[in-house]
Design a protein around this ligand. Structure first.
Ligand code: C5P
Length: 398
């Protein structure tokens, strides 16, 4: 990631998602970007200035009328010294103040005084997000050129469900890189990612499916976009939002997924993280199959096309790097290594799905199998797996 020498002024406003700002600072500093933080009064209810300071390595600013701060660096200078002003998380309140041009604390004063581009990653309760006032404020800000990184959809800390969760830090990082015109190591490269399950219809109301959530595939797509790649994500039915900055094609069945992948070629790399159904029902019923009181209907299955195998077959359209996944419940290495050979792919990301909570959960236990052998990764969050894998992909294809 080529953010070296760039400077971000990060405004952390109030909300439970403020803890994710810490991860964002870690990613930015790792990418070589200088980060100076401003913490609002509400933000300080959720994270401390000390943690922001420890991670950014710079003084954290909180007060508009601090004599010491003003003598060291005036509040106008604070925003002008940055290449980009980032508000993450951006609460409904700070967005409203930005839209109205209010300046009643250090953060809002900086936002009104800055001559630099501004990016905001909102996070709030779903009803606050959907409120006409918030939507109108977002429209006003977008018209003024503020880059909005939309929130994700999912379960919220308040117990409700819907859009409002802060976008994942790698996604915000990608948006920051684009806003700063930093290409990233995968700039100019096209990567296809498959993700989620497929649903194979039995009749118009029933289907065969599996427990894949798409979390790992979607996180990989977002992390690759964060490194500057043009990403086509071909996603089966999932409840996740489309990752920001990624072209997402929605499909239901394996055959639709295959067609969407073929249409997206050529690509520099293909990552097949989808849990494609191995079989589909040979004769899909046109009408709902009724209970007759006789024996239950027998389903005859037929094999689905293997998308990974098609992508990895030698030929002019073969991406330079083809990565498959192997979800195994036993003999992880032997089965995954055999799969790598059988499918002709370059790498296999093998994961042990025998433990409870891996499939559909937030953690993953990976063994990466390449020509060089097997690399066992510790148990990690799916976001971290995505970041690590995307960095390795960038090394391989850039
Ligand atoms: O053969 P198996 O389903 O165990 O292999 C898993 C790998 O193959 C995953 O990368 C998956 O995305 C891919 N796959 C595919 N098309 C299929 C079946 C699996 O792309 N029909």
């Amino acid at each position: 990631m080529t953010l070296a020498g760039k400077r971000v002024l990060l405004i952390v406003s109030g909300g439970i998602a403020a803890y994710k700002a810490l991860e964002l600072i870690r990613l930015l500093t790792k990418a070589g970007c200088g980060v100076r933080c401003v913490l609002t009064k509400a933000g300080a209810q959720f994270v401390t200035p000390l943690s922001l300071q420890a991670l950014s390595g710079e003084k954290v600013y909180t007060d508009l009328f601090s004599l010491t701060d003003e003598s060291e660096m005036g509040h106008i200078e604070l925003s002008r010294a940055a290449d980009l002003v980032v508000v993450a998380p951006a609460s409904a309140d700070i967005l409203a103040k930005m839209a109205a041009g209010l300046a009643d604390d250090l953060a809002t004063t900086l936002l009104l005084a800055t001559d630099k581009p501004v990016l905001a990653a909102p996070a709030m309760n779903v009803r606050m997000w959907q409120h006409a006032a918030t939507q109108a404020n977002l429209e006003t800000l977008a018209k003024r050129g503020v880059v909005i990184v939309p929130p994700d959809e999912g379960p919220m800390a308040c117990g409700e469900y819907g859009p409002g969760r802060l976008a994942e830090p790698p996604v915000i990082l990608g948006a920051i890189a684009r806003a700063l015109g930093a290409g990233g190591p995968l700039a100019g490269k096209h990567v296809i990612v498959t993700s989620g399950p497929t649903h194979e219809p039995i009749d118009p109301v029933r289907y065969l499916g599996n427990r894949s959530s798409g979390k790992q595939g979607h996180a990989i797509a977002a992390a690759l976009a964060g490194l500057g790649a043009r990403v086509t994500l071909v996603s089966g039915p999932v409840t996740l939002s489309d990752p920001f900055g990624v072209k997402t094609v929605h499909v239901e069945t394996a055959i639709e997924m295959l067609n969407a992948v073929k249409a997206a070629l050529p690509a520099d790399a293909a990552i097949c993280a989808a849990a494609v159904a191995d079989w589909r029902v040979a004769m899909q019923a046109d009408q709902k199959i009724k209970k007759t009181g006789d024996a239950p209907p027998a389903l005859t299955l037929t094999e689905n096309p293997d998308i990974l195998h098609m992508l990895a077959a030698p030929g002019p359209q073969r991406p330079r790097l083809v990565v498959g996944f192997a979800a195994e419940t036993e003999h992880l290495f032997t089965h995954a290594a055999a799969k790598r050979a059988r499918k002709n792919c370059d790498w296999i990301v093998a994961n042990n799905v025998g433990g409870t909570g891996i499939m559909g959960g937030d953690m993953n236990e990976i063994t990466l199998i390449t020509e060089a052998g097997a690399d066992v990764w510790p148990l990690m969050g799916k976001q971290d797996v995505a970041i690590k894998l995307a960095a390795l992909i960038a090394q391989e294809v850039s």
